[in-house]
Design a protein around this ligand. Sequence first.
Ligand code: FNR
Length: 187
Amino acid sequence: MSYQVGVFIGSLSTVSINRRLAKALQRLSAGTSLTLEEIPIGNLPLYNHDYDADYPAEGLALKEAIAAVDALIFVTPEFNRSVPGALKNAIDWGSRPWGQNSFAYKPSAVIGASPGKIGTAVAQQHLRSILSFVNSPELAQPEAYIQFTEGLITADGEITDQGTAAFVADWLQKFEMFVGKVTNAHR
Ligand code: FNR
């Protein structure tokens, strides 16, 4: 089996450390059954339900991108102890119009990096609660809170610390197994 995985990056910054982490995941996915590709969120207008009657092209493209993949990975920073607004906005777009929630039964995992010691733990807990509501089965363990130190991940996604590289590779392997189990359960 091979699985297409859509990657949401919660940061819109051009120098995002979470974008580096997403690149690292992509590198580590070589040789697994997972193919990772970003689902961009930076072009989405701010959602409101007036759009439900006539979704704009950006909203439709997002829903189509989610429909086209088997699973989702959320790589996110923590903003003010929560999920960045851009990411929440994208999830709101994907969850609507009412009755057409794109996340239902789509297996997902959450990972994130920040310079702080708790490495996005609080944002991830908020994100897990959102993903539960939109009915996306989430990888519960291992949790992955990456404290980003200078040079930990290069611009092209190489993790320079062996222990961190092994941890992230193991996390991805467990997600691969999880996706297989959830996908088979829902066939
Ligand atoms: C932050 N940062 C931050 N870090 C953290 O660990 N907990 C937090 O609550 C916050 N809050 C926060 C709010 C806002 C508005 C900004 C801009 C930043 C710091 C943050 O972790 C750091 O800027 C990361 O580099 C952001 O990730 P990206 O954008 O580089 O992927």
